[in-house]
Design a protein around this ligand. Structure first.
Ligand code: MLC
Ligand code: AMP
Length: 498
């Protein structure tokens, strides 16, 4: 397509969501894996997408880290169309589930090889693909007499794993996204002069909502490095990045690469989240970069609720204080308040403007996740200090694993593996791992006639990758004669972890 692919006479509906982008400062930019658009051009290209999406309700975006993905998502937000970010390596089972559950109208920017998912009923027309041309430009003017898009309307349906079953679609409203970003802009003194760098995937809260929409809300720049490697982060620092986002796995790899870590000395702020940052990594990064990493805590359901402020106390192992508009409390198993003494452990519950609007098609799971008095039960256990700072101690359930920052449900991997003819019984656990935080380990009882050896392990790993996605593959398979069970027949996972 040419420079101006489509001239639109009808103005797109603008919302106040991406206020920084709307100021269209030509010195600000978004760069993804080496390709760059300045803010006026990004806005003009996304406005074409907004027009293309007229009449649509919900689109799926195969979230490869490209400029097309960013322009597509921004266009959908301008148009008030819901976005379902789909991990690019989603396997058959996971993709079929997401498409059936969310029923998008179309693919935006890029479609997978099976646009309707596997097991497509014969004769069904494939979901259309709406292409994104980053070179297209349309004028942007405020729509006269048009109501702004309802802040309670849904911006994203973001899939995330639970302890059992297939991932649930978290409904994130425009209100929650705006509140979550503004709270972080405040906490981190994030400004239009900042250049944020990261190499995170674009289908989760961290990489997409914080990592793409954050810069656009504040009016600053984004340098997506394409990869989460120490080399790429050092190159971004050399190119002038001021803020860095990463999961602990990336930070610990940077801490082991002093030659690259040194480049981050020029940064203003280093931020870690999505899993616990090990204390020795915090200390080593301080030595190598001169920075104390600011840790923050959040969930797909809640966005970022607790953060270390740029002007606040930074202490290894602590994730900061509740952000503006969010309250946090700790309760014990009986529902009593746990004292804020920096030692007593309780269940962390949160409430406020950043919270989600429910799980798609799952009223049962939605109501279970809230207390009767309106607090969201995070499933994490924590301690709170007298000054309100929070330390995450761990998760209540052994069935939710965090590996390299990805949230992975043991039950989803188990039910998938039980679909393989060689598997009689299986129990999946997350074992501590210095690089990944937790490493997925599957304990498998093979069916008679199948040998539990390296060949079978390779086959089962590939099977999980084909059905789910790459990061859900167990790193290790242990073939056992039986699984430890209690008198009720339930697998005792704590014993597997011992
Ligand atoms: C990966 N590999 C495996 C495997 N997983 N092999 C066997 N079994 C498995 N399970 C292979 C890969 O294919 C790759 O091979 C090689 O091992 C290295 O993979 P890796 O160790 O995973 O490293 P890498 O690909 O470099 O990725 C690491 C990473 C990535 C940290 C950059 O995992 C990542 O981006 N994580 C971020 C997740 C995230 O964004 N979470 C946020 C959730 S939102 P090869 O051949 O390809 O080299 C959230 C809210 C909040 O949590 O608070 O933020
Ligand atoms: P997700 O839904 O992928 O966003 O994962 C949310 C979970 O990640 C939380 O419930 C926590 O268990 C974990 N998490 C996120 N940030 C942190 C952090 N800074 N420290 C410890 N755990 C974290």
């Amino acid at each position: 397509m040419g420079q101006v692919s489509r001239l639109c006479t009808e103005p797109p509906i603008l919302t106040t969501m991406l206020t920084g982008l709307l100021s269209a400062d030509p010195t600000r930019f978004v760069e993804v894996a080496g390709r760059r658009l300045n803010h006026p051009d990004l806005l003009a290209a996304a406005s074409v997408v907004a027009h293309q999406l007229e009449g649509r309700t919900r689109v799926a975006v195969l979230a490869v880290p490209t400029l097309e993905t960013v322009v597509g998502v921004v266009g959908a937000l301008l148009a008030g169309v819901e976005v379902v970010p789909v991990p690019p390596d989603s396997g058959h089972r996971e993709l079929a589930h997401m498409l059936t559950d969310s029923a998008p109208d179309a693919w935006l920017a890029q479609a997978p090889s099976e646009p309707n998912g596997p097991n497509e009923p014969a004769g069904q027309a494939p979901l259309p693909l709406i292409a994104v041309d980053v070179a297209a430009r349309a004028a942007v003017t405020r729509a006269h007499g048009t109501d702004p898009i309802d802040p309670e309307s849904i911006a994203f349906v973001m899939y995330t794993s639970g302890t059992t079953g297939l991932p649930k679609g978290v409904l994130q409203s425009r209100r929650a996204v705006v509140a979550g970003l503004d709270a972080l802009i405040d906490a981190w003194q994030w400004s239009a002069d900042d250049v944020l760098a990261h190499g995170l995937p674009l289908f989760h809260v961290h990489g997409l909502i914080l990592g793409v929409l954050g810069p656009l809300r504040v009016g600053g720049s984004l340098l997506h490095t394409g990869a989460g490697t120490p080399e790429a982060y050092a190159a971004a620092a050399d190119a002038g990045a001021t803020m860095f986002f990463a999961v602990p796995t990336i930070w610990s790899r940077i801490a082991e690469a002093p030659e690259h870590a040194a480049a981050l000395r020029s940064a203003r702020l280093l931020v870690s989240g999505s899993a616990a940052l090990p204390v020795p990594v915090f200390a080593r990064l301080k030595e190598l970069t001169g920075h104390e990493v600011a840790e923050r805590y959040g969930m797909s359901e809640s966005l970022i609720t607790v953060a270390t402020r740029a002007d606040g106390v930074r202490q290894a192992g602590w994730v900061g204080v509740p952000v503006a508009g969010v309250e946090a409390r700790l309760r014990d198993e009986q529902g009593a308040t746990v004292p804020r003494d920096g030692e007593s452990v309780g269940r962390l519950e949160v409430r406020g403007a950043t919270l989600f609007s429910g799980y798609l098609n799952r009223p049962d799971a939605t109501s279970e996740s809230w207390t009767d008095d309106g607090w969201f039960v995070t499933g994490d256990v924590a301690v709170v200090a007298v000054d309100g700072r929070i330390r995450i101690v761990g998760r209540e359930s052994v069935d939710l694993i965090k590996s390299a920052g990805y949230r992975i449900g043991a039950g989803e991997i188990e039910s998938t593996l039980l679909g393989h003819p060689a598997v009689a019984e299986v129990a999946v656990v997350g074992e501590p791992d210095a690089d990944l935080g937790q490493r997925i380990v599957a304990h498998v009882v093979a069916r008679p006639g199948h040998r539990g050896d390296d060949a079978l392990a390779g086959e089962l790993s590939a099977y999980v990758g084909t059905e789910l996605s790459g990061h859900k593959r167990p790193r290790e398979f242990r073939f056992v004669d039986s699984l430890p069970r209690n008198e009720m027949g339930k697998v005792q996972k704590k014993r597997l972890l011992d």
